[in-house]
Design a binder for this molecule. Structure first.
Ligand code: ADP
Ligand code: MG
Length: 237
């Protein structure tokens, strides 16, 4: 039993991501568009959440704010319990690099580099020794079913393979939070299902918190929880 004088370790209970009354607006001339208008949400470690909402409702905005790519105009974004609103740019960038991985609809892999190099590079940039970075990259790619594609360049890979390399790259530095913005939006249904499955099993195996924006309701149904955006708020569906 716990009592008030012996509280449980708060860090153990802390969600990886917590949005608190987040406001994000785009001002153009006289007009102000409130995309997020007091949005709150919590994502726990090991939880893979689908973000389903029509185009233009603010899915990408939410992911950018959650991943510290954009600053909110109000409210607070906590990453592993740490408030981020008052961080300076260098601290935000460091936190984003260390704690957050992004996957986009288009892979953005470096075309001149092999799959293995694309996944090795971010780790070396972060300071890992090349040999260790390559080993981790090879392990990740093998986990994602790409063990036989290590030396292929992006142009020599299928769309689904490119996205799996992009997923490996996103988690190469062992982030706590994975944000995927319509990662299968550009793939056929069978490939989408496979990429989705590998993404979710990787997230669960690594205890990551993940948000996956998608239009695919069947795939969303396979995740732990579903949220949407309504009038600038995050609501469960
Ligand atoms: P979604 O990802 O759900 O399609 P977005 O987050 O990209 O939606 O966009 C939400 C709304 O904000 C849209 O109406 C979009 O036009 C607008 N918007 C997004 N980014 C900007 C920006 N940089 N400047 C002005 N308006 C923007
Ligand atoms: Mg979008």
């Amino acid at each position: 039993m716990t009592d008030a004088s012996h509280p449980m370790d708060p860090a153990a209970e802390e969600p990886v991501l917590r949005l608190e009354n987040v406001v994000r607006r785009y001002v153009q001339g006289e007009a102000s568009l409130e995309v997020l208008n007091g949005a709150s949400a919590s994502i726990a470690a090991g939880e893979v959440v689908a973000l389903i909402a029509p185009s233009g409702t603010g899915k990408s905005t939410l992911l950018h704010v959650a991943g510290l790519l954009e600053k909110p105009d109000g409210g607070e974004v906590y990453i592993e319990g740490r408030p981020t609103a008052t961080l300076d740019d260098a601290a935000r960038t460091a936190m984003r690099r260390n704690q957050v991985g992004f996957v986009y609809q288009f892979h953005h892999l470096l075309p001149e580099f092999t799959a293995l190099e694309n996944v090795t590079l971010p780790q070396v940039i972060r300071g890992l020794k090349e040999k260790e970075a390559r080993e981790r990259a090879a392990d990740l790619l093998a986990y994602l079913g790409l063990g036989a594609r290590l030396t292929h360049r992006p142009a020599e890979l299928s769309g689904g393979e490119q996205q799996r390399v992009a997923i490996a790259r996103a988690v190469a530095n062992a982030p706590r939070l994975l944000l995927a913005d319509e990662p299968t939006g550009n793939l056929d249904p069978t490939t989408s299902a496979y990429v989705f499955k590998t993404l979710t099993s990787l997230a669960r195996a690594s205890g990551l918190a993940a948000i996956v924006a998608t239009h695919n309701l069947d795939l969303a149904a396979t995740l732990d929880r579903r949220i949407t955006l309504r009038d600038g708020l995050v609501v469960d569906v």
